[in-house]
Design a protein. Structure first.
Length: 526
């Protein structure tokens, strides 16, 4: 059986907006504790001897300081080493302690972690259709799922064109949102398709992009529901906030939408009962970050929310051609990589404002449609809810928003700076020398598994503050324009004749349909 499945090739800004699990346990890195059992033949540990004194005696034998931690049921004792030691050093200490006549056995007190989860049963979940979830050149999300698939109660806000609440793969995933274009409580995407010239002289006709739905699917599509695709965070809910419509949207609407998403008061708008700790802005416009956006972003940051922004699809160097909010301070700017793990040079902006890179997909002349990124869509001809392949920095930003939500599932107290540090410290090299020649693609390719592993043992270093230092890539490279944030995969603009600096740049090249074989139930929706 075959069904029609839409595929999108985006040259410029994504879509009219314009813009196998690891099945083996992690290798044991060592431990800082030992479990010691004493003999019960009269040579056992004297009961009258204090734990501290006994630990001193054991330390002398081990030739390393040992400290009593607790007793273990069954008579064994847990002793702490001065630091985490590798298996070889542990073996030497074990050998020395085992020679004591009063010791029955000694073994490392290893770290125990959940085993790899059962792969989700979504038909499109595989390393071809959803290659970006797997290890390099993907974001290594599947490895992160060994530790967490998210946490109930998490909220990720998507400030975009709104959503299609009837899409089957968003069933049960949406919170009550808000529409800052029409100022009502219905964030449903009515479609943003336009006729030729509708967005200004000589602008082309564009079909509906369903951009907010596409972005939402990458972050948190319903997973393990035997339908469609897998989202990055299985547990999180999406807070849909509509700020873009036909021809884009006003910057002021975007800023109010983002502030509201973070739980801040916005005049004339009901309070958001579900504040988000992750806010995705797959949007932007040419022009430097100015006071209005920086002021609001500072307030959002002070509320503890991490704002993830697409770098934009120029492709340009943000150092010389700034985008907003790409060069604002305190946001995570995301550049896009392609199916080879290289910077997507045909469309992705880059520069010192970029904090991290993530899969954004690529295909073009002679390319494979599946080198794009799969997500949720609606057939503009039939109205069927379906799936599409796309490319763009909008998509890359959504990947990072999903990963950030997994970090917060492990440690909910992480500040925006903590999140940036974990992403930076776990990033993998980008497979493109272009990024090593002053192009600045951020810390590297995002590694969800590596970042989540670091988060598990991370001691929170900072608390939210209205002061917003750059979250850019390395201490040796200052952020351009005083910013470390991101600019978008969609452009900001609205109305028939808006300020040209806010006008959407409609660079969608084409949208085509193609009949593809389907697996399972994917693409069957109506």
């Amino acid at each position: 059986m075959h069904n029609s499945r839409i595929w999108i090739a985006l040259l410029g800004l994504f879509a009219a907006c314009n813009g196998a699990l690891a099945q083996t346990p992690l290798k044991q890195p060592g431990t800082d504790r030992l479990i010691v059992k004493y003999k019960s033949d009269g040579k056992s540990k004297p009961q009258s001897l204090a734990a501290g004194a006994w630990a001193q005696s054991m330390s002398s034998t081990a030739n390393v300081e040992l400290r009593h931690v607790r007793n273990l049921r069954g008579g064994a004792e847990v002793l702490k080493l001065p630091q985490k030691m590798d298996p070889q050093a542990l073996a030497q200490i074990q050998s020395r302690l085992a020679q004591r006549p009063d010791v029955a056995y000694v073994q490392p007190d290893y770290i125990v972690r959940p085993m790899a989860i059962t792969p989700p049963n979504d038909p499109f979940y595989n390393n071809v259709d959803q290659w970006s979830l797997f290890a390099a050149p993907g974001a290594n999300v599947t490895g992160a799922w060994d530790r967490t698939t998210g946490k109930a109660g998490q909220v990720v806000a998507v400030v975009d064109t709104g959503v299609l609440p009837a899409h089957p793969d968003l069933r049960g995933k949406l919170l009550p949102g808000y529409d800052f274009v029409d100022l009502d409580a219905d964030p449903t995407d009515p479609g943003d398709g336009v006729a030729a010239g509708e967005c200004g002289a000589n602008t082309p006709a564009e079909p509906n992009s369903w951009h907010g739905t596409f972005v939402s699917g990458i972050i948190a599509a319903s997973t393990n529901n035997a339908e469609g695709m897998a989202g990055i965070n299985w547990q999180a809910k999406v807070l849909p906030v509509r700020a873009l419509g036909k021809c884009g949207g006003y910057l002021s609407d975007v800023l109010n939408a983002a502030a509201w998403a973070a739980g801040l008061d916005v005049n004339g708008v009901p309070t958001n009962p579900n504040p988000a700790k992750v806010i995705n802005l797959s949007l932007g416009a040419e022009g430097a970050c100015q006071s209005a956006e920086q002021d609001v972003l500072n307030q959002i940051r002070a509320a503890g929310a991490t704002v993830v922004v697409a770098s934009g699809n120029g492709p340009v160097n943000l150092d010389s051609t700034p985008y907003t909010p790409a060069t604002c301070q305190g946001v995570l700017t995301v550049a896009a990589t392609d199916h080879t793990g290289s910077l997507a040079r045909s469309y992705s902006n880059y520069g010192r404002a970029v904090a991290i890179s993530a899969p954004g997909g690529y295909y073009g002349s002679g390319g494979n449609v599946r080198d794009g990124i799969l997500s949720l869509f609606k057939d503009n001809n039939t109205g069927a809810y379906t799936y599409a392949y796309g490319q763009g920095t909008s998509i890359a930003a959504a990947q990072v928003s999903g990963v950030v939500s997994l970090l917060l599932a492990v440690q909910s107290a992480l500040s925006p700076d903590d999140v940036a540090k974990l992403l930076r410290d776990s990033a993998r090299p980008i497979a493109d020398g272009f990024c090593d020649t002053g192009a600045y693609c951020g810390a590297g390719l995002v590694d969800a598994a590596g970042a989540v592993a670091l988060a598990a043992d991370y001691v929170v270093q900072s608390t939210p503050t209205s002061s917003a230092p750059p979250l850019a890539t390395s201490s040796s490279e200052p952020a351009a324009g005083g910013g470390g944030g991101g600019g978008g995969g969609c452009s900001i603009g609205h109305g028939a004749a808006p300020d040209p600096t806010l006008l959407m740049l409609p660079l969608l090249a084409w949208l085509a349909q193609r009949t593809l074989g389907r697996r399972g139930q994917a693409g069957r929706h109506s």
